[in-house]
Ligand binder design. Structure first.
Ligand code: GLY
Ligand code: MN
Ligand code: MN
Length: 433
């Protein structure tokens, strides 16, 4: 994708304005070995990309605040030999032009240049404690500055976790980010539709996973946004099931939690539907309860409401419904108070969504749940997971259901970004089609 450099330059200017005097240093991700000499598919660091739009490994952005702000990038030099083997590199000169930096340096000069950039600065901001090797490297630069004390140079005395500013900014998506997220949502929506129609008894979980992955890539997505969960029957009660290796049985449900990353932004969708295309009476009862909980939660996502409101709405609907179904016994308020519902609903109703599937941003501010404001993006994903047990009606044994959609907070509510078939009628009609 052609980088829109003005967006990234403007973000860096906002960060510098927030930070004030000092230096921020953010590295991109390292390449990770998989085995011997092969690597996992490369994915840049989300903070680094948010600031630069630059996707090559071995790169560091340095932002200098104060009276003379500077935007600096360290990146790999051009290398004819390496480019024959591994492909194009911008190199510092072109990267400076294309990505709107004031200065660029070769990546292998980082240890020589950084101490100089830190001289006489009051504070250093970086991502503290995420990678020990990086912490050690940063301490090395600080000590290199301190070693010059006798020539009157002083080192930063304040270390700040850069996430204190970056997380707040990443939490509110701008127009460019919402375009990427809508596209990731569309590709993932289409993939869920394809997977539903490809499902039938006798096929395997991995065949349906393959349908999803094919739809992601053929839709233009870079990769799945996270490891796909394709869980049939009792496997759906394992929250992070990723074996995806079982045959699909007539009469079981299939839970698919899978979505694509597009333009570095994630979608996150779960749908649960019958392998044979028809919900049984018990499956339908539980499914429609989860759906009602999701509707209540989505209705609670609006400016003025706070982070926990959708979760509380979902828990109340689920708990009351479980009493009606005979899964829980007692008064609804008491069952919520004692957290008895957690036997069947043990996770929370959502999370921030963005470049990372569990995206940046605090959920509480000064001890209170955060208020929703337009531009926040999150998932709404209630579920029920009913393992076989003597005190559970047999018709509900091994039913695991989650319904997950992605929403963006708007001025007067929220926009639902993900739209695969969802009601019982929609799913059964789609699977017949
Ligand atoms: N797919 C990860 C999640 O739903 O949180
Ligand atoms: Mn999720
Ligand atoms: Mn999910």
């Amino acid at each position: 994708m052609q980088p829109d450099t003005a967006i990234y330059r403007a973000r860096r200017e906002r960060v510098i304005a927030e930070m004030g005097e000092g230096v921020m240093v953010i590295a991109t991700a390292a390449e990770v070995p998989r085995n011997r000499d092969t690597h996992y598919p490369y994915r840049h660091d989300s903070y680094f990309y948010w600031l630069t739009g630059f996707t090559e490994p071995e790169a560091v952005v340095v932002l200098v605040g104060g009276a003379e702000p500077r935007h600096i990038l360290f990146c790999r030099e051009r290398n004819e030999e390496r480019e024959i083997w591994d492909g194009f590199r911008y190199g510092p000169a072109a990267a400076r032009e294309v990505f709107a930096f004031d200065e660029t340096f070769a990546f292998d000069t980082l240890d020589a240049e950084l101490p100089r950039l830190l001289e006489n600065q009051p504070q250093l901001a970086y991502i503290i404690g995420r990678e020990m090797a990086w912490d050690t490297q940063v301490m090395g630069w600080l000590n290199a500055v301190r070693a010059k004390a006798r020539s009157g140079v002083h080192a930063p005395v304040r270390l700040v976790d850069a996430r204190v500013w970056l997380d707040e900014m990443r939490l509110i998506k701008d127009g460019h980010e919402l375009v990427m997220m809508r596209r990731a949502a569309e590709i993932s929506t289409r993939a869920h539709g394809i997977a539903m129609r490809a499902t039938r008894p006798g096929r395997h979980e991995y065949e349906i996973e393959a349908e999803m992955l094919c739809a992601f890539r053929s839709g233009g997505a870079e990769a799945p946004a996270y490891t796909s969960i394709v869980a049939s029957g009792a496997n759906a009660c394992v929250l992070h099931y990723v074996f995806n290796n079982q045959p699909l049985a007539d009469g079981d449900l299939l839970l698919i939690d899978a979505a694509a990353e597009f333009g570095s932004y994630a979608a996150d969708i779960t749908r649960t539907f019958p392998v044979n295309g028809r919900f049984s009476a018990a499956q339908k009862d539980v499914y429609e309860l989860v759906l009602a909980a999701q509707a209540a939660a989505i209705a609670a996502v609006r400016p003025g409401a706070v982070w926990n409101d959708p979760h509380e709405a979902a828990v109340r609907v689920l708990t009351a419904g479980m009493v009606d179904l005979g899964l829980l016994h007692g008064a609804v308020d008491g069952l919520i108070e004692s957290e008895a519902y957690k036997r069947f609903y043990m996770h929370r109703t959502g999370h921030w969504l963005g470049m990372d599937v569990h995206d940046a941003g605090d959920y509480k501010v000064h001890g209170a749940w955060r208020s929703f404001v337009p531009g926040m993006t999150l998932t709404v994903e209630p579920g029920l997971y009913i393992r076989a047990a003597d005190d559970v009606p047999a018709a509900f044994h091994n039913i695991g259901i989650r319904v997950e959609d992605d929403v963006a907070v708007t001025a007067d509510g929220c926009e639902v970004l993900t739209t695969p078939p969802k009601t019982v009628a929609e799913i059964e009609a789609w699977m017949r089609g």
